[in-house]
Design a protein around this ligand. Structure first.
Ligand code: FES
Length: 123
């Protein structure tokens, strides 16, 4: 009987995730007039976050990724964004809120409690 073949780990996930943190901004638009993040300052928040992350040199492998998203099913709290891997949901109104999310959470790992979306906010 031969020895078992060791598993091929060449395609296994690396010890470090490709992105340390990932933030998704809902930019969904509804032409029906129903609540949607695109009718609120969602695009401004995304643009501000993307620019800040780039300016601070936080983009790239092993760092922070800022992405657009379709509806995240929490429209009543819009505009919304979610940060992974922690799974922390935020709502925001202006550039100062985005600056705080970037500085405190994306860089410092500290959740911004005052901007957290309550758990019971849905569509
Ligand atoms: S439209 Fe943004 S969460 Fe639904």
């Amino acid at each position: 009987m031969s020895e078992p073949t060791p598993p091929d780990t060449s395609s296994a996930p690396a010890d470090e995730p490709y992105c340390k943190r990932h933030i998704f901004f809902c930019l969904n638009h509804r032409s029906s007039g129903d609540a949607c993040c695109a009718a609120l300052p969602a695009q401004q928040g995304f643009d501000r976050c993307k620019a800040l992350v780039k300016d601070k040199g936080l983009n790239g492998k092993g760092q922070v990724r800022v992405n657009k998203s379709g509806c995240l099913d929490r429209c009543a709290g819009g505009p919304v964004a979610v940060v992974y891997p922690e799974g922390v949901w935020y709502t925001f109104v202006d550039d100062g809120d985005i600056d705080e999310i970037v500085e405190s959470h994306l860089i410092g790992g500290q959740v911004v409690g005052r901007l957290q979306l309550p758990d019971d906010v849905g569509r």
